[in-house]
Structures are given as C-alpha cells and as structure tokens.
Design a protein around this ligand. Structure first.
Ligand code: ADP
Ligand code: MG
Length: 264
C-alpha cells in the first residue's frame, strides 16, 4: 500500500467498494481520561490491520468501540459500508464481527468440541446462510471438527478446556471465532503469554485465516504485528501516532521512540 501516510492522516478511499471497517475521528473518554483520541482508519475487505502501542495506549478500548461494547464519545464507526455508531454489540456480531479477548472467554468445563459447536450455532448471518443451504444441524458438528483440525486441535476434541495449555486455549479461541465465519475478526493480543514455539505456531495459524475475513490484530509484540499485517496503526496514550505500511512504521522515528524508549 502506498496510499497511506505516516502522519496519522487517512488513506485514500478503497477503489471498487466499501471498506469492511472505517473509523472516522473516533474518540472515547472515561471521565478526565481520553483513552482513544481521534482515530481515523480504513480496512479494505481481506485487509490485515495491526494496532500496536505500549500498555495503556488505548488498543483494547479501540476494539471495544469497533465491536460495539462501547459507544464513542466522538466520531463514527462504519462496518461493511453502514454507519453502526449506534448499533449494539450483538447486532454488530450478527453483521459479521467475531472477537477474541485479552482475557479468555471459553467454557472451562466443556470440551474443546463443545465450545466450538456452541459458537457455530450462534454463528453470523453468513455462517447461517452457508450451512442453511447444505442441510441439517449435524453440519455444525462437521464444521466444528474441520475448524479444530485447521487450528491444530484435531486430537483434543473431547478434552475439557481446563486441561489445555495456555497456547492451546489461544488456538481454541481462534477456532471459536473462525467457526462463525466472520467477515471481520478482532484479535486482542493473541500471543500474550505464549512461549516462543507457541508464538511460531500462532503465526502460522493466523496466516491461514481466509481472505474473505479481514483482520484487526492488537499486538504488543511489534515484530509479530509487522509480519502479519499490511497496515499498522501505532497508538500512544490514546493518540494515533503513526499509520502506514509495516516498512513505514519500522522507519518512523516516533514509533521507534515509543518502542525503544519505553518498552514494557
Ligand atoms: N472502562 C474503563 N474505565 C476507565 N478507564 C479505562 C477503562 N478502560 C480503559 N481505561 C483506561 O484507558 C486507557 C487505555 O486502556 P486500554 O484500551 O486497555 O489500553 P491497551 O489495551 O492499549 O493497553 C488506560 O489508561 C486505561 O486505564
Ligand atoms: Mg489491551
């Protein structure tokens, strides 16, 4: 991409269609604290956007604004070409957002398979229309097994979630999101707490996400974020510090100052 600048100004509109996600001057204040201060960006269909920045930068708050858990204090949120600023989180999920959480959201006592199967049944409109055409409810089970094999948990189907390692739980969270066939997948620090080998596995897994799904990845680890994305937003103290390609972000002095000076 050459049409993005590194000074926080928005990229040129995407040719030939609406972006999957568009934020226009989005801000969120909590009392006197501005957690997100005027973020503008666009994510085209199939795009890979990484949001990086130190702890407290406002990354998770930005996700909550996209998912609809929070209403912005200022600005507008557009999903798949529609202004959803006032649309509920549940209704946004139906339109095709799936999300993984910084803190795990799995049913600990249920099996790996059951967790995915439950998610499949409350799938997005797209999932329902695809499976509705192919047939009965049993299809949810088949699809769940296929997704679990894809994320590398094919041999753990019947194991309860609490027996999984931390890395396997992250794989399962991604399976739970993917089985809903999201149009937009939001991943909040999927690599947090993973070992080097688990990180490598996760990277491979994220690379296999189909291009029908666009991805916003929050990642504290800049190396991983830059490898997996085509556009990067770097935030600091709620402020969009830089917005551009991975190469532009790597070369940006303000980003370097944040990451080299205050790495935490
Ligand atoms: N619900 C909330 N109420 C008050 N302050 C919040 C809330 N959520 C986040 N914050 C504050 O907003 C800032 C950004 O937080 P967050 O979005 O979680 O950052 P990040 O995910 O980049 O670490 C922090 O200073 C945090 O304490
Ligand atoms: Mg966070």
């Amino acid at each position: 991409m050459t049409d993005v600048s590194t000074d926080g100004s928005p990229p040129a509109p995407v040719a030939g269609g609406e972006p999957d996600l568009r934020l226009d001057g989005v801000a969120k204040r909590f009392g006197g604290l501005t957690a997100v201060n005027g973020v503008t960006l666009e994510l085209p269909p199939g795009g890979r956007l990484a949001v990086i920045g130190p702890n407290g930068a406002g990354k998770t708050t930005l996700f909550r604004l996209i998912a609809g858990e929070y209403r912005p204090t200022a600005g507008r949120v557009y999903l798949f070409g529609e202004d959803v600023t006032r649309v509920s989180e549940r209704a946004r999920a139906r339109r095709g957002i799936a999300r993984t959480f910084q803190v795990s959201n799995l049913f600990e006592q249920l099996s790996v398979f059951e967790n995915v199967c439950i998610a499949a049944q409350v799938g997005t409109a797209r999932a329902r229309s695809v499976w509705g055409r192919v047939g009965p409810r049993a299809r949810f089970g088949e699809e769940s097994v296929a997704v679990l094999e894809r994320v590398g948990l094919g041999s753990r189907l019947d194991d309860p979630v609490h027996e999984l390692s931390h890395g396997e739980q992250r794989q399962l969270e991604i399976a739970v999101a993917l089985v809903r066939m999201p149009r937009l997948l939001l991943l909040d620090e999927p690599a947090a707490g993973l070992s080097a080998s688990e990180r490598l596995m996760l990277r491979g897994l994220l690379e296999t996400i189909p291009r029908e799904t666009s991805v916003v990845l929050i990642e504290h680890d800049m190396t991983l974020a830059l490898e997996l994305s085509d556009t990067v937003l770097c935030m600091d103290n709620g402020v969009p510090l830089a917005y551009g390609t991975p190469d532009e972000i790597r070369a940006n002095p303000a980003v370097q100052a944040v990451y080299l000076g205050r790495r935490d």
